[in-house]
Design a binder for this molecule. Structure first.
Ligand code: UDP
Length: 289
């Protein structure tokens, strides 16, 4: 299949809607080879600029879904041309940045003309579970604090009684990595959800995809925590339970404000994913120009 990929500062994103992504995910799961799906957000892009190896793994994915309104914003912003006159181009770029930024809040649909939809890890987990229950495919839930993935599996099973949950494990640091890998090889699931931080997800994908003879590894970050209101094991305060932002904030690209308020320990990372990301995209656009 020809992929329509959009380049965001060297990171390739598949411009797909949720239903197109699901169709592709099913194809990958039925293939006689293992695959992996990544969900880049602005932090992935910033990390890729620092670490070429990280970028290579992201770009080697069979599917890269835009997890983050910042990706849709950057795709739209980079698609608008600038004047040939340098000083005017700079003014234009700032105006575009401002107008698109405000535009998202007022009319979010405007952003979707280049990358058509934001597809988060949590949404993919729900949608793939639904698909799997209808199409007889199995899933494996891996990661988060002990007991969290199990709670998620109970919720999914209640919602989709026919869903085949091949296995549920907390994984490292609570269960040895080699044991987890053996279990994956034993139960041969169609989808393996990795609830790990980005660098860990990608390490798993790079190290293990070729060792499996079928299945799709998919990175979903803190998705399990959001589903059951748990605390990330990386949370130094050990208290901030993950709660997803209300829909109206998500739609208007303001989920980061919610995360800033509910998980203040992430504030440096949120700054990188918003202000620094926008500044870097602006500089890139002007330099490329
Ligand atoms: N996590 C894990 N093993 C680790 C580190 C983190 O299972 O060694 C889990 C953590 O509990 C959380 C998820 O990985 O559920 C994502 O972590 P975090 O939210 O810190 O990362 P982010 O998605 O923000 O990069």
């Amino acid at each position: 299949m020809n992929r329509n990929r959009i380049d965001i500062l060297g990171v390739q994103i598949d411009a797909l809607t949720m239903s197109q992504a699901l169709k592709k995910a099913e194809e990958l799961a039925r293939d006689r080879k293992a695959h992996y799906i990544v969900t880049p957000n602005p932090e992935f892009v910033m990390q890729s600029l620092k670490d070429g190896h990280f970028r290579e793994v992201v770009n080697g994915a069979d599917l890269a879904l835009a997890d983050g309104i910042g990706i849709l914003w950057a795709a739209k912003f980079l698609s608008i041309p600038l004047s040939r006159v340098a000083w005017w181009a700079r003014v234009q770029a700032w105006m575009q940045l401002f107008i698109i930024g405000v535009g998202v809040v007022i009319y979010p649909k405007w952003l979707t003309s280049v990358v058509p939809e934001r597809i988060t890890g949590v949404d993919m987990l729900w949608e793939i579970s639904k698909l799997a229950s209808e199409k007889n495919l199995s899933i494996f839930l891996l990661g988060a604090a002990p007991g969290v993935a199990y709670e998620v599996s109970r919720k999914l099973q209640m919602l989709y009684p026919r869903l085949q949950i091949a296995e549920v494990m907390a994984g490292p640091p609570y269960e040895p990595e080699a044991e987890v890998l053996d279990r994956i090889k034993q139960v041969k699931p169609h989808f393996i959800f990795l609830a790990f931080p980005a660098t860990e997800q990608l390490r798993w994908m790079r190290q293990y995809t070729h060792q499996l003879n079928r299945g799709v590894l998919m990175g979903i970050g803190g998705a399990f925590d959001f589903i059951v209101g748990a605390t990330s094991i990386n949370d130094p305060t050990k208290g901030a339970k993950a709660v997803r932002a209300p829909q109206f904030l998500q739609r208007r690209g303001l989920e980061w404000v919610w995360r800033y308020l509910t998980q203040p320990w992430r504030k440096d990372r949120i700054k990188t994913a918003t202000i620094e990301f926008m500044r870097t995209v602006l500089e890139y656009k002007l330099a490329r120009h």
